[in-house]
Design a protein around this ligand. Sequence first.
Ligand SMILES: NC(=O)NC(NC(N)=O)C(=O)[O-]
Length: 329
Amino acid sequence: MNAFTRLPDLALRTYGGSVVAANDESFAEREALIRPGPAEFRPHTFGAKGQVYDGWETRRRREAGHDWAIVRLGMPGVVRGVVVDTAWFRGNYPPYASVEACAAEGHPAPEELDGWVEIVPKSPLGGDATHEFAVTDPRRFTHVRLNIFPDGGVARLRVHGRVVPDPAFLHGLTVDLAALENGGFVTACSDEFYSSPNNVLAPGLARNQAEGWETARRRDGGNDWLVVALAGPGRIAVAEIDTANLKFNAPGWASLTGIDTGRAPQPDDGQAPPPDDDAWFPLLPKTRLQPDTRHRFRLDDDRRVTHVRLDIFPDGGLARLRLPGTLIA
Ligand SMILES: NC(=O)NC(NC(N)=O)C(=O)[O-]
């Protein structure tokens, strides 16, 4: 698997993405493209229009041309790679696909989008397979367009990358400095056996345990932890530690420490501070947690912080970690 698949999926429905238009969705609805989780399939299951698929599927074309679907990214950013997944589409997958992207200001209607640039050239696809395409264009995009040639079905479209928020909605405001949508990201983690640590920074509430971060049971006397690079250097006002859905596997305790590396966290720069650096200072002492509970703590430390280390004792996981505060210019 390509390293870019570890980055957040900027298109994901649960991150605010939307499939805003498609030229055709006769057999199966376009919205399925950005659903979380792998596509499901029940053979010999027929609706009024044919076999039921968990994906986007167009009619068999009888004229020239190709089919397309436009996705508004839930979190605009720099795209590092795209996954086109034709899971379960065996006799009806498109033999080729390409992907374009554009950057729009404000809230345009799909037909107002312009300035499309190709980020994945027309490439061959196979049936019932995932296809990973690395993207090198360094620009920030808000929308992508999947083109399939000439027609067929695609189960999922994943658009992995780094979130690049609009600074107008960050500076001078109290915002969640850890949130993925504001540019926060997890740089390191002790264990991600059951689910990804970046889940704790995702928008909204976790609907179940799988939408949070969950570690394996620890048997070595140690404890689990993760490090978050904040949206930028800032001061944290409140720590919200949410154990929602973790009922028999919530950590017993948690603590937070901070560090100021002296410069704004840069995605992929390999400069994240090591979790055992001497410069970490306490923000929240080791504090008892309850299962399935949203805990909120005022932090009275006004030191500048670029990264936060969360320790959980001894293991378990979390639904969400929110760190409302203000950026320091
Ligand atoms: N058996 C099929 O899957 N057929 C086709 N698709 C659906 N959904 O029935 C087709 O013609 O592409």
